[in-house]
Write a protein that binds this ligand. Structure first.
Ligand SMILES: O=C(O)CCC(=O)C(=O)O
Ligand SMILES: [Mn+2]
Length: 208
């Protein structure tokens, strides 16, 4: 990110989700991957379970004051990793993305890091574990392409899908803050960023 990033307009708006295609160039993606690896070295990826005990296919960890966890007690934010360590700070280059596309008056409390292998997916859901939905969610894609599905403000109804590619940034805010969304599949071999393939998604959120 340069010192004074120009405020871009989104390349695509789908049901209120603003999509900035190729927001991060290759050098920024590689640098960000290094930052994500440092976070995962301090706070290892874990496989969350749903409250019904089913293991999710996506592995996760977080950076920031609060991290998102899910287990038998349900979905929530916690100040520590399931193994007890504090979450590492959100790397500054990640905050720069929020500074470029997000609101200026507050920084995110949480950077959730999702790792998808070629078979992982994420079912349609709303992001609703935060206290104030007036703050947007900013999402960053790294690695293999993902088929991202966008639904409605309530479950059901017609959906639209877009491919998210490495370096794309999505802002989910305003009237679309509670729109259902999910990841249907990962297309293996579409990016060279991760040597063993797969996809990393970062989601930045104001939690409290
Ligand atoms: O992986 C993505 O693009 C979306 C992730 C997501 O919706 C979430 O973590 O809540
Ligand atoms: Mn989500």
């Amino acid at each position: 990110m340069n010192d004074n990033p120009p405020r871009r307009t989104p390349d695509l708006v789908v049901r209120g989700f603003q999509i900035f295609e190729g927001f991060l160039d290759d050098a920024h993606q590689s640098a960000l991957l290094g930052d994500v690896r440092s976070v995962a070295a301090a706070a290892p990826l874990f496989a969350p379970t749903t409250s019904r005990g089913k293991e999710m296919s996506v592995r996760m960890t977080s950076a920031g004051r609060l991290g998102w966890v899910s287990d038998a007690k349900g979905y929530r934010y916690e100040a520590t990793h399931p193994r007890g360590m504090p979450w590492p700070a959100i790397p500054d280059p990640v905050l720069d993305i929020w500074r470029a596309v997000g609101p200026a008056d507050r920084l995110p409390d949480c950077c959730l890091i999702n790792f998808y292998d070629k078979d992982a997916r994420m079912g349609l859901h709303q992001d609703r574990d935060e206290a104030d939905f007036s703050w947007p969610v900013v999402s960053v894609s790294l690695g293999d392409d993902a088929l991202f599905r966008i639904g409605n403000l309530t479950r059901g109804g017609k959906t639209e899908s877009v491919w998210l590619r490495s370096g794309d940034v999505v802002v989910m805010g305003g009237d679309a803050r509670l729109t259902y969304h999910g990841v249907d599949r990962i297309k293996a071999g579409t990016s060279m960023l991760l040597p063993n393939g797969g996809r990393i998604n970062l989601t930045l959120r104001v939690v409290t």
